[in-house]
Design a protein around this ligand. Sequence first.
Ligand code: UD1
Length: 428
Amino acid sequence: EMNSFTNNNIEKIYITGEKKLTGSVNISGAKNAALPLMALSLIINRDFNLYNVPDLADTRLMFDLLFDLGIKINWKKGNLNFDGKPKKDEASYDLVRQMRASILVLGPLLASKGSAKVPLPGGCAIGSRPIDLHVMVMEALGANVTFDGGFIISSLSNEGLKGGVINFPKVSVGATESAIMTAVLAKGQTKILNAAREPEVTDLANCLNKAGADIKGVGTEVLIINGVKELNQVSHSVVSDRIEAGSFAIASSITMGNIEINNINPKNLTEFINILKLTGTKVEMFNNSMNVSCSQRPKPHNVGTDPYPGFPTDLQAQYMALMAIADGKTLIKETIFENRFMHVPELMRMGAKISINKQEAEIYGVKKLKGAKVMASDLRASMCLILGALAASGTSEIDGLYHLDRGYENLEDKLTNLGAIIKRSNEL
Ligand code: UD1
């Protein structure tokens, strides 16, 4: 885990569990929507406004990356204003290596400058996470791509970007976003088959269409894009974070609490909510909110992760925390990433009984978890441990906060408002 070498932050989170969480929480804008939307500033060249942008380590990093490329940016609270074109075609190694989603600048940079030099990305340690599909996208749209000195180097002939057919061999959120962002300015028509349908992909396409792009089939697995000459000024509000919302829903279930979750579109969580209900949690859905309450020990229910509209891999670790105290045995299958069970040994420190066989985890529910010292290994794993600690007896100490800060805005404040006993400090 490379981040542990560069992270001097020795702060830890201390949680004393067994408090029922009650009250209401406002969900922030989605990190995974904000990152590609911010990258649009490379191709929307004047007065581009994004609202509801979460203040996170990852969005700050994307800010730095775009600023370094020469974009003028003004960030006030959740509002970002972008202006100007990129001044160079090479993305900073020191920034890109810290976040995998940096690969999202490749297509827009190529579209804007006619060439792009982007270091191979780093980021979360969940599986090998190749970038071959992003490269496939660039080549399908007329780019020449080579690798040298740790960089992906892409360039265009005099003809520029040309529409093409992109038939993804596997569903990829990031590669679909790369394809959309690059094809909108290509000459002619692009057809994307087997596209990812995540709400964050839809949010990106909706923003682009408002800016004058011509993307058809938004929200489906076939996208038809007719290239336009340029994109116009646009203002857009980032879709709310369904993963943060799902995490708070589990916080309610796991503490037998009652939480009103605001500023969300519950439809983006349909499959997750269906499963949560099957475990005995009560969920009432409204247009922009939902109420999640629970008054019984969770019932086990098997899940497998899948691309949207399936059960999100980004909620798999959190759901496992809930099943750790279920009344029976649960199977959880991870089909998206090959190494996304790193929370398991840590959850076991809290007394969970889990065995792993390749991509499948078997969870034998225990009545009660016990507070322990644990280490977060990636973003969603860190939330799994927070949830376990909220339910556990005694106090837990959670290390590795760097990961948590990449993706959850004001987490301690939000949990404290709901009645959790949580503090961040260098010592207890
Ligand atoms: C995005 C999300 C991440 C989420 C994931 C799956 C962002 C910033 N991150 O990540 O939180 O867990 O979707 O919902 O939006 N793959 C390849 N080649 C590629 C690209 C991906 O083989 O070029 C593979 C991956 O290794 C993985 C699968 O495709 O097995 C899906 O990954 P993908 O959807 O691309 O994830 P990200 O866009 O990186």
